[in-house]
Design a protein around this ligand. Structure first.
Ligand code: ADP
Ligand code: MG
Length: 612
């Protein structure tokens, strides 16, 4: 089973195999029956449309139940411009697609603020509004009577630069556009921006913690998705030659989701197969046209029960989100660099060049409704030190980390980073200033490998745009290879190279913690805030973690560490701060803490004293 998957994956990703397939279809088109060619053209439109939902829902996790609207904007837009101004589709489709993209971009503002059911309802509403406009704006869309006379190859009315476009010409153009957009999306998905869409899907907090701007990332997902939907809609319009509002009803929005899910979210190859299947299926089910959606429902249900990952998961290995060739370049670069330098086993790129950073927290109070989680807490996290924050569960440790990291603003009080006031600055900003944190419960993209997850940390260090990513411009390779090289150094530091290419969801807890630490490190922290990094680790892993923390200190990184294991902290930390019920009850060194009567009473208890 697995060897078959490997083989099929090799075929489906092999450039030569894909080129051969393309050439065969391209030059084989004239030998197909007219009806078959027509259905294949519909399948290509469906593949394009599926790519669009794949970007928004598959990658970024933003449910859309109104996606037919963007398809419709592309279709009506291109048809209306073509009819009104007599322009050809090489102009009208791009214009319509840009309009669709712009509207999607605008929708991202309200939609980006809501999640799950609310998002589903909002997009559903958007789809319905579009449908009503298409029905009622009779002058523009022809209303319920529809818009006929759209220049179309099938009707022989599509004339481009004096050349009459045949259905074969049209099919070939469509094939070319579909192939190009699939290459574009694949390049995009293997870039910092593609990966950033996935992290939005699983944890917006994790995104913010490494400087991935949430709103911009959603805007990108919507705009790119709208663009692709617009292109597919445009090609649909000139394929059928007639547009009626019913073609853009909710059933089409549902259909594209079904195609994407049955194909396997984020599996392009699976989705191609699924799109072709669902285009041919209704033809075969002509007799049962009324039951078409029952068939869809049954297929979807069985897919979800039998193979969650869809056709893609059944036939192919999971797609990867890092380009193998760039990894090879990175490994080569690293080999040369280590040959030239002496091996220190400390990633030198992490070294703090100027003075280490300190944080001053002044009279921070945090209330959640009536609950006072922090009560006028003041403390200094000294530059270049390891400071431990300890205290019973619920004493406010995580809350303090959240406030320093900018997850939420304090009710009152101030936070200073290297002397400048950073109170209430957003987590994304704090990450860019070098304050990076990990979470008490690791927040990772489960189907990403360890390496892919760590690479999320390099997002803000790379600067290429979505267009460069999709076109795979030289700057992308340069920056990705450098980030991958640094990622390798971190994998070595954390001693997790052996599992680098395994999906984190299949790994034990300790590796996930290490992966999250790696992601934070690749974001080049000046100050790292670790929320219970040793929880759930084995003794061996804890020893390794202590060694790593010492190395980070050598590099000049300031560390704040929340931890419960006293033995782990002894000999490791420079200062310890004890919180109890939102107030600081002790500041000093480990020895002093273990002998402090208040700490013993509130936190350590008698066992610990005997132990010490
Ligand atoms: P610790 O990390 O020390 O175990 P926390 O900082 O997580 O403690 O929690 C401190 C107190 O604040 C707890 O009573 C907790 O229930 C409450 N709390 C923490 N975060 C929130 C939140 N987002 N909303 C409401 N209450 C919260
Ligand atoms: Mg906590």
């Amino acid at each position: 089973m697995n060897s078959m998957r490997t083989l099929l994956t090799k075929l489906a990703t092999h450039p030569l195999a894909l080129l051969v397939l393309f050439v065969v279809v391209f030059f084989g088109a004239p030998y197909l029956r007219g009806a078959t060619l027509q259905i294949l053209s519909f399948a290509l439109v469906s593949i394009l449309f599926t790519q669009s939902i794949n970007v928004l829902t598959g990658m970024a996790g933003q449910i859309s139940l109104g996606h037919a609207a963007f398809f419709g904007i592309g279709a009506y837009g291109s048809a209306i411009i073509a009819k009104t101004f007599g322009l050809n589709l090489f102009l009208t489709i791009p214009v319509a697609a840009v309009v669709s993209s712009l509207i999607a971009y605008l929708l991202s503002y309200p939609a980006g603020r809501v999640k799950e059911v609310y998002l589903a309802m909002m997009t559903l509403g958007f789809g319905q509004i579009f449908l009503e406009v298409a029905r009622e704006w009779t002058d523009l869309t022809g209303g319920v009577m529809g818009l006929s006379g759209v220049p179309s190859a099938g009707l022989g009315t599509l004339i481009i630069l004096g050349h009459k476009f045949s259905t074969i010409d049209y099919f070939r153009v469509l094939l070319l556009i579909t192939a190009c957009s699939m290459i574009f999306i694949r390049n995009f998905s293997q870039s910092r921006l593609g990966r950033s869409l996935f992290v939005m899907h699983y944890s917006e907090l994790a995104a913010g913690s490494v400087g991935i701007a949430r709103r911009q990332t959603k805007q990108l997902a919507y705009a790119l998705s709208g663009l692709l939907a617009g292109i597919s809609g445009g090609f649909y319009a000139h394929l059928v030659g007639y547009l009626g509002p019913e073609s853009f009803a909710i059933s089409r929005s549902i259909e594209v989701l079904v195609v994407a899910i049955v194909g396997g979210l984020w599996s392009s190859a699976g989705q191609v197969i699924s799109a072709i299947f669902f285009t041919f299926l209704p033809e075969q089910l002509q007799l049962f046209a009324e039951y078409q959606f029952i068939a869809y429902g049954l297929i979807l249900t069985f897919t979800l029960i039998l193979f969650r990952q869809g056709i893609g998961g059944l036939l192919f290995l999971p797609p990867r989100f890092i380009r193998q060739a760039w990894l090879t370049t990175a490994v080569e670069q690293q080999r040369q660099a280590t040959a030239a330098n002496s091996q220190t086993n400390e990633p030198q790129f992490l070294k703090i060049q100027t003075v280490s950073a300190d944080i001053k927290v002044q009279e921070i109070t945090m209330r959640f409704g009536g609950l006072v989680a922090l009560n006028s807490v003041s403390l200094d996290i000294q530059a270049g030190h390891i400071t431990a924050l300890v205290g019973p569960n619920g004493s406010g440790k995580s809350t303090l980390v959240n406030i320093i990291a900018g997850v939420f603003p304090p009710t009152s009080g101030q936070v200073f980073l290297q002397g400048s006031d950073v109170t209430a600055q957003a987590d994304v900003e704090m990450a860019k200033k070098g304050v990076v944190r990990t979470f008490q419960d690791p927040r990772l993209v489960p189907h990403f490998t360890v390496r892919e997850n760590i690479m999320l940390g390099a997002h803000a260090m790379m600067h290429y745009t979505w267009l460069e990513a999709g076109l795979s411009m030289p700057r992308v390779r340069l920056q990705e290879a450098q980030a991958l090289e640094q990622c390798n150094e971190i994998l070595q530091l954390l001693d997790i190279e052996a599992v680098a290419d395994q999906a984190v969801e299949s790994l034990p807890y300790g590796y996930r913690r290490m992966t999250e630490l790696g992601r934070a490190l690749l974001a080049r922290p000046k100050i790292i805030l670790l929320d219970e990094p040793a929880a759930g680790l084995s003794d061996v892993e804890m020893t390794r973690l202590a060694e790593i923390l010492v190395k980070l200190k050598h590099l000049g990184i300031t560390v704040l560490l929340i931890e419960h294991h006293m033995d782990f902290l002894t000999g490791l930390v420079d200062e310890v701060v004890v919180l109890d019920s939102g107030s600081i009850i002790f500041k000093g060194d480990m020895l002093g803490m273990r002998q402090d009567p208040k700490v013993i009473a509130a936190y350590l208890g008698d066992d610990e004293v005997q132990h010490a």
